[in-house]
Design a protein around this ligand. Structure first.
Ligand code: AHR
Length: 490
């Protein structure tokens, strides 16, 4: 099989906002307790954060981390997580049927984020709470005034404001599973008034309004239109969430999941522009794809988890090779739309549908999906180039005209990096590269395996890991592989 890939270094899609490589830590399962925080672990630092986890998070170069949820935030009182730890309440956590000790709250998390080299994308509770609590939190985090909440932060030991720039107006408020679920009208009004108070408190912040929790939501479209009609002038981004899974064990179909993501982005951007035209506005609403990943492996086992435990193992999907290829395609899709998608968060970062797994009290390891994320986050910076790929296609149960090769090129200074997935089960793909004439190929990194179901584990942490392909005259992508090709100017 052959594919012709054409680029023109002057034909860019747009600047890649580094925040497209964001991630997410929710108070859910073992993400916080037993994940990033474990004071009795042998690698724990002075605040009880696992240094081994911090080092791996840093290696991923994650610029922004969404916190504290997720579904969790819709029942959360942020005041429970500040001040004297001995006095913090233990609470029933209704989103995940767990017990929340509040040992970690914003005071500690902002310190972890600093140590991880990441900013925070902070979500406020618009499920059980509202504008008043949200604006108090903005004051607590960001203001230097001599007023109650800024003083409270100082009293708690934090003289300087945390300086949190990006804020989410609630989480998945369109979902009936959400604590405090709202109709489009209810959410639109609440989000608008909350946004106004938050921006009056700190006009420098950026706000993300909730879009749909999935393109399959019955209110998709109506939700976005209603929210934007109400909030357009007060928000900067609209959120999108989507999870994918190989529930039918049909790998060809699963590998085409990114086509659903692509259509979701196109449709959501079109709706934003429809409201822009309606309002005769100059402002363009950008997209924050602040939850995306594969999530299906753990769904059955999670039904067996007993309620009211502290940090029970939840959503601990163990990812295999085909999952890594899908994550690669999803990253390629986000890059192809980097003119519109300015923030994206891989959900999540540690233990919960995560690239990094830990044993509580023990080892850690990288899942298969760690690698495509690492490759893109470290190398996919600069500008995305319009990348045309002429290749054969196939059809599946849910998708037609699926290109065998999906790819995108990123240009950064004198380097071009091409990310590519060969979806074919049995054919290698020889690349004809056009537009790369002034460049030479310096490395070709490949992730693949003859067994698409192979996973990493604490005992076999390197069962699946990338290898360097020898560079010869011909560039070829082996069947079902994730590839990163680095070129530099001759
Ligand atoms: O990331 C796991 C969960 O998925 C989040 O809490 C929620 O927002 C979504 O449904």
């Amino acid at each position: 099989m052959k594919a012709k890939i054409t680029i023109n270094t002057l034909d860019t899609i747009g600047d890649i906002d580094p925040r497209i490589y964001g991630s997410f830590i929710e108070h859910l399962g073992r993400a916080v307790y037993g994940g990033i925080y474990e004071p009795t672990h042998e690698t724990a630092d002075d605040m009880g954060f696992r240094k081994d986890v911090l080092e791996l998070v840093k290696s991923l170069n994650v610029p922004v981390v969404r916190y504290p949820g997720g579904n969790f935030v819709s029942g959360y009182n942020w005041e429970d997580g500040i001040g004297d730890r001995a006095k913090r309440p233990r609470k029933l956590e209704l989103a995940w049927n767990s017990i929340e000790t509040n040992e970690i709250g914003i005071d500690e998390f902002q310190e972890w984020a600093k140590r991880a080299g990441a900013e925070i994308n902070m979500a406020v509770n618009l499920g059980t709470r509202g504008a008043e609590d949200a604006r108090n939190l903005v004051e607590y985090c960001n203001l230097d005034t001599d007023t109650y909440y800024a003083d409270l932060r100082r009293k708690n030991g934090f003289e300087k404001p945390f300086g949190i720039k990006l804020w989410c107006l609630g989480n998945e408020m369109d979902g009936e599973w959400q604590i405090g679920h709202k109709t489009p009208q209810e959410y639109a009004r609440l989000a608008c008034e909350t946004a106004k108070l938050m921006k009056l408190t700190d006009p420098t912040i950026e706000l993300v309004a909730c879009g749909s929790s999935a393109p399959t939501m019955p209110t998709f479209g109506e939700w976005e239109r209603t929210v934007l009609r109400e909030c357009y002038d007060h928000v900067d981004y609209l959120s999108m969430h989507s999870y994918y899974g190989n529930t039918d064990d049909d790998t060809d179909d699963f590998l085409a999941s990114s086509m659903d993501m692509e259509q979701f982005i196109i449709d959501t951007a079109n709706i934003c522009d429809e409201i822009k035209a309606e309002k005769k506005s100059d402002k363009e609403i950008k997209l924050s794809f602040d939850e995306w990943n594969i999530w299906f492996h753990s769904k059955e086992q999670d039904k067996q988890v007993k309620p009211w435990q502290i940090a029970p193992p939840l959503l601990e999907d163990i990812f295999n090779v085909e999952d890594a290829l899908v994550v690669g395609c999803l990253l390629i899709t986000l890059l192809r739309h980097c003119d519109r998608v300015k923030v994206a968060c891989l959900a999540q970062l540690v233990n919960v549908i995560a690239p990094i797994m830990t044993e509580t009290g023990g080892r850690l390891w990288m899942q298969t999906i760690y690698y495509p994320f690492l490759h893109c986050s470290v190398n996919g910076r600069g500008k995305a180039l319009r990348t045309v790929c002429e290749c054969g296609t196939y059809d599946t149960k849910n998708h037609s005209n699926v290109p065998y090769v999906d790819c995108i090129a990123a240009a950064n200074g004198s380097d071009i990096t091409l990310f590519a997935v060969n979806r074919s089960a049995d054919e290698s793909c020889v690349l004809e590269l056009s537009g790369f004439e002034g460049y030479s190929l310096v490395s070709h990194t490949v992730l693949t395996d003859e067994d698409m179901k192979r996973c990493n584990s604490a005992d076999e942490p390197d069962a699946v890991s990338p290898v360097q392909q020898e560079i010869s005259g011909e560039v070829s992508l082996v069947p079902r592989s994730w590839n990163m090709l680095k070129f530099t100017v001759k």
